[in-house]
Design a protein around this ligand. Structure first.
Ligand SMILES: [Zn+2]
Length: 288
């Protein structure tokens, strides 16, 4: 069942669970994500970043739509970190049901201007919009842009931003970074700040850079208003660590049907663990 992000997150927000948004870098991840969601009766978000879309090409999205429509659970196809209207319009033409417009690197006024324009276009096409205020940091091994210094989201600005732009969900900066953290630099989430933002912002909140954070802090953040958590690096690491081991163990093996099943299972285990942490297991029936 293919639905919009607004439909997906309104239920999660009300019932205080979060839906995982897992980045699809290739076809194996699509399978791992959808099969795990079905096995756990969990709603799920397929996230595709513009650089992933450039690699996968538009026809891959048609394959995602077909798979999502046939899935036994609710599915959103979401553009992760759209940088401009060109990214967004490409996604609309491909049939995404949600887009993120990320103008967080610009000034507040410019972010508002770009986001408001993008929201008007996407809403005219019946597609949900996520935007970002503040900046998510950059750790290791991520294709997403990030910032060396995190600019934390200001609660009052956040409330103003949402009312000026009409977005459906807001990505907040409360201390996470994209990618995997170096051992010396484990993040601490600013849960008080999140509480203040949630008190004044009337839409579901989104946590980017969800890989590699403390499970306890992520669980707390969901109780405080986070309804979508993005996971990319951690799932890809699980897959490729296992694939690397397979390739080393079988240097003369070239069959995808032999090499890929164990990495897919490794990704599935990580996805299932996150769905449990986010509280989305067993929630697909809420969408019927
Ligand atoms: Zn992100």
């Amino acid at each position: 069942m293919l639905i919009t992000m607004k439909e997906m997150l309104s239920v999660a927000y009300e019932r205080k669970f979060a839906v995982g948004a897992f980045n699809i870098g290739n076809g194996e991840f699509l399978r791992a994500i959808l099969e795990t969601a079905e096995a756990n009766e969990s709603p799920v978000i397929l996230a595709i970043h513009p650089s992933e879309l450039a690699f996968l090409t538009d026809s891959f999205v048609a394959y995602c739509r077909e798979a999502a429509q046939k899935a036994a659970v609710p599915v959103v196809i979401h553009l992760d970190h759209g940088g401009d209207n060109a990214d967004m319009i490409r996604a609309l033409r491909c049939g995404f049901t949600s887009v993120m417009i990320d103008a967080s690197k610009y000034s507040f006024d410019e972010n508002v201007r770009m986001t408001r324009e993008a929201t008007a276009i996407a809403h005219a096409a019946g597609v949900s919009v996520e935007a970002e205020l503040g900046t998510v940091g950059q750790a290791e091994g991520s294709i997403e842009e990030g910032h060396d210094e995190i600019l934390y989201t200001d609660p009052r600005e956040a409330a103003e931003f949402v009312s000026l732009t009409g977005i459906d969900s807001l990505a907040v900066a409360i201390g996470t970074a994209h990618g995997m953290y170096p051992k010396s630099k484990k993040p601490k989430l600013q849960l008080d700040r999140l509480r203040q933002i949630a008190a004044v912002v009337p839409v579901p909140l989104v946590l980017h850079g969800g890989s590699d954070n403390s499970s306890e802090e992520v669980a707390q953040s969901i109780q405080l208003g986070i309804s979508k958590v993005n996971i990319s690096s951690e799932m890809k690491k699980a897959f490729f660590t296992q694939l690397r081991a397979n390739l080393e163990a079988r240097p003369n093996e070239y069959e995808p049907t032999v090499l890929f099943p164990a990495p897919i299972d490794a990704a599935k285990a990580l996805i299932a663990q996150k769905m449990n942490l986010f509280g989305s297991v067993g929630k697909s029936s809420l969408y019927r």
